[in-house]
Ligand binder design. Sequence first.
Ligand SMILES: Nc1ncnc2c1ncn2[C@@H]1O[C@H](COP(=O)(O)OP(=O)(O)O)[C@@H](O)[C@H]1O
Ligand SMILES: [Mg+2]
Length: 313
Amino acid sequence: MAVITCPKCAKKHKVDIQTIQESAPSGKNVVARCKSCNNRFPVSLEQLSSKDQKEKEASQGTARKICISLSKGGVGKTTTSVNLSAGLALAGHRVLLVDTDTQGQSSYVLGKKPRFGLTELLTKELGPEEAVVQARKNLWLLSGGKSLAGVKRIIDRKSFGAEWTLSEAMKPLDDKYDFIIIDTSPGWDQLIVNVLFYATEVLVPVALEVMPLHGLAEFIKSLDSIQRYRQEISLKYILPTFMDNRIKGPQSIFSQLKKLYPKYVCKPIRYNSSLSEAPSYGKTIFEFAPGSNASVDYRELVRRVTNNDSALL
Ligand SMILES: Nc1ncnc2c1ncn2[C@@H]1O[C@H](COP(=O)(O)OP(=O)(O)O)[C@@H](O)[C@H]1O
Ligand SMILES: [Mg+2]
């Protein structure tokens, strides 16, 4: 993939170099047409492919590791992990979704039933490549589930370096993806600590339905205590979920959030029943209800996370 910019209107377009190369005679340049302003302009294939190569090299070994966390349950962690991962994959990034929850919901939401996953990776029964399953184009899954409870006990019994168990096991996978998204369970346990010693960015979903500010403040305090031992981790996004514009409560919580954490607060995900229906069909929101508000909102989140307003998905 490469991005070309229209010299007339400055609109950026994502293009697949391979497809262009296949359709253009070798050595010849191609003429591109801007979908926005209709301007036609020449594009040098040579320049494009060397830029693409450089981008590929630069991105190797630099997977962004984003964990989706908040000690409270039912706030949209799994929904966000799955749909953010799917959206990033649709935008052309290679994504690994890691489910560290004993409920194994992420696999269910994606319509997958892998017989193995993170447990086998952590117990070294399987190598990293074997433990991962492909769920969609550009999207891979390291599934969680009940068996993780046993792994937690193994981690607990370690007398030294227990907090690095996940990081060590994941190391061979780090350079294979652009994004590693980690769904976490509610509560605070050894596995969450492991996730916070592995991830580099934290996205906190905050349900606007119930007074959530106390839980958020508590979580940020716990994160601060981890940061004392591991500086690489930082809070990056606070994502308001269950936004309902018809009633005042959520709107006023949203305003408070924006006042308290202006740097982190993202555009909210609206309340949308498609989000709770999609999982029983094993579909992401982009597959189940591509035209819904929820799909629009998760697209917006993908743009914020990739810092790319014209991300195509
Ligand atoms: N914006 C939303 N609108 C409507 N329902 C939602 C929304 N986000 C999540 N849900 C539903 O709410 C429930 C809890 O969400 P979930 O993502 O499982 O939370 P968590 O992982 O934090 O426990 C699920 O049934 C999910 O489908
Ligand atoms: Mg969950």
